[in-house]
Structure formats: structure tokens, C-alpha cells
Design a protein around this ligand. Sequence first.
Ligand SMILES: Cc1ncc(CN)c(N)n1
Length: 226
Amino acid sequence: MSERSERIDEHNEEPESRAPFSAWLRSQSEPDWTAVVTHPFAAAIHSGTADMRRYLEQDFQFVDAFTALLGAAVAAADTFEARVAVGRFLGQTVADTERGYFHRALAELGGELTPPTLEPVTIEFRALMDDVRRSQDYPLILAVLCVAEWTYLGWASRTVGSAEGFVHREWIDLHSGPEFEAWVGFLRGELDRLGPGLDENGRARVLDVFRRATTLERRFFDMALG
Ligand SMILES: Cc1ncc(CN)c(N)n1
């Protein structure tokens, strides 16, 4: 082992040879990752006590940019099967089940589909997604998609609480269960497939986006907590 690679390993700055790329990205995004998955706002969703109105109003604006990013993934993916997987999730889940949920939940809560003001974290998250979308760089697009979905699988799969009202319950159900697990598995698998082929600069760029998205997820829940 060269002096340089020893130094990198010691500081854990480069993917360990056997760790899947996605696992390495997540480990390098601590402590924010764990802060998202164990966030008090997520716990409040589980217990059915979270005030969902402002959160969902802002999140609907997040989902708008996220949907555009899914479209970019369809365009930028390097295989037909990947385009199909992303396109299916976009059409069947986001454009159908999730859209319906937002309309029903915001009507129930007296919220707006188009809120008059966007919170700073919503603006920053949309800007990151728009930048990555315009890059048309598939690994960077995957980094944001993977953070958004994997962190949500993380908190939603925790068995804490027993929310009953549909606004809380369906939001948890949308982000847990076998289908959502398979979707997150696909996103992780794509990063794991492509990571080893990236050079050092390419991996650093993916890690930078992955970390920024994780920090924004944490701040988004902070915002929701008020
Ligand atoms: C902020 C945020 N991050 C992730 C998700 C899950 N798609 C979401 N709805 N909102």
C-alpha cells in the first residue's frame, strides 16, 4: 500500500475496497444521516402529533423539483432497464399515489398546493435538484434521489408510534414496505454499479452532492418542527 493510500484509508476519505459505494456515501454523511432518520419531526409523524400542514405545503414544492429530477434520470440513465425502473416509479407512485395524497391531505389540513412563500431550505433544496438536473450527470442525479428516498425509508421503517389519521399514516406507508424498499434498493444498486467506474474526482463530486442533500434533509425536518 502506498503512503498516499494509507493516509486516505486512515482518514476514511475514500471508499473501502469492499464497502458498496452507497454504504460508503452514507457513512461519510454522518452525523446528519442519523439525525434525519431519528429526527423528532419523524417521531411526531409516527405518533400522529406532527403538524403536517406547513411541512406538506413546502414538501409539495420539493416534490415538484424532485419529479423533474426523476425525468432527468430517465434521460441520463445509461441503460434501458434503469430508464424503465425510474419511469415506472415516476408514473405509478409520484404522479399517481403521491400526487393524490398531497391533494387529499392538504385539503384536509386547509393547506395550499401553492404556498405564497417558500422556506429558505425549500429554495435551497430545489436549487440543488435543479442544478443536478441541468448537469444531466446520472451519478449526481442518483445521489440526490438516493438520499431523499433512503433517508425517508430509514425514518418511516422505524416502528415507533401508531399514527392513525390518514395524513400521518399514509405518509409513513408511502415511504415504507416492500415496494419502497425495492425502489431504494434499485437506487443504491445503481450507485454501487457506477461508483467503482468513477475516478477520484467523480467520486468526490457524488459525495459532495450526497452530503449536501443529507444536510438539507435534516434542515427540512428542522424547518417542519418550527
Ligand atoms: C424533503 C423530502 N425528502 C424526501 C422525500 C421523499 N420522496 C420527500 N417527500 N421530501
